[in-house]
Design a protein around this ligand. Structure first.
Ligand SMILES: O=C(CO)[C@H](O)[C@H](O)COP(=O)(O)O
Length: 234
């Protein structure tokens, strides 16, 4: 991906601030992962300093560290009796359906667990993330157990994907998630039926979760040149 310009960063911040401004006093808030979600955490922290009372449920160790450093009270997912809203970023959003591709930050498992436990899942993006079909620009991240990872990799290739084990430069050792797993980035090209593919991926032994979020997002806040627009799933 080309380096991000100032304008893209400004748009991410605009979408993040819109989402954070709608959070109600007393809310339990899922805190997403990635650069846009970090803008949300910063905006929420500003509101907390001004007196907003919220409790955050982080979706990664990275977001947990940031939120804690900024003074947002936190609770673990297993201790949360409800999550009113989760605000998270995305790698791609399908404009027609609001299905979402996530996980290039490597946090897809915790992100999906928190998302499905939430009353509302709000996705914040700049308009470069909008696509006609998921898979157009990004591979599908698939979290797998490290033991025998080539077994699910072969099954994903049999589904038509080109598989790459995610690695960490410069040495190239495998990237390890917060849950101690590996990520396979699987390039299917533009996906005609993401719901069907999502179901097929879930049946593969060794797969823990994948980055296709089908029917999960309630609202997508998009910032573009013309300002901020809110898309809702009908
Ligand atoms: O899914 C994610 C992390 O697992 C991120 O939300 C996604 O990669 C978008 O990141 P960014 O806001 O930095 O573009």
């Amino acid at each position: 991906m080309p380096p991000e310009g100032d304008e893209q960063t400004r748009r991410k911040r605009a979408a993040a601030e819109r989402a954070a401004s709608a959070v109600q006093d007393g809310a339990v808030v899922g805190l997403g992962t990635g650069s846009t979600a970090e803008c949300v955490i910063q905006a929420l922290a500003e509101r907390v300093k001004e007196g907003l009372r919220i409790v955050g449920v982080p979706t990664s160790l990275r977001s947990e560290r940031l939120a804690r450093s900024l003074g947002i009270p936190l609770i673990d997912l297993q201790d949360a009796t409800r999550i009113d809203v989760t605000i998270d970023g995305a790698d791609e959003v399908a404009v027609g359906t609001l299905d979402v591709l996530k996980g290039h930050g490597g946090a897809l498992l915790r992100e999906k667990l928190v998302a499905v436990a939430s009353e509302r899942e709000v996705i914040v993006v700049d308009d470069t993330k909008l696509v006609e079909r998921l898979g157009s620009r990004f591979a599908v991240p698939v979290e797998v157990v490290p033991f025998g990872w080539r077994v699910p990799a072969q099954a994903l290739e049999a589904l038509g994907g080109r598989v790459a084990l995610r690695s960490v430069p410069p040495e190239g050792e495998p990237f390890v998630t917060d849950n101690g797993n590996y990520i396979l980035d699987v390039d299917f090209g533009p996906i005609a039926n993401p719901a069907a593919l999502a179901n097929e991926i879930k049946t593969i032994t060794g797969v823990i979760e994948h980055g296709l979020f089908i029917g999960i997002a309630h609202e997508v806040i998009v910032a573009g040149a013309q300002g901020v627009e809110v898309l809702t799933r009908g």
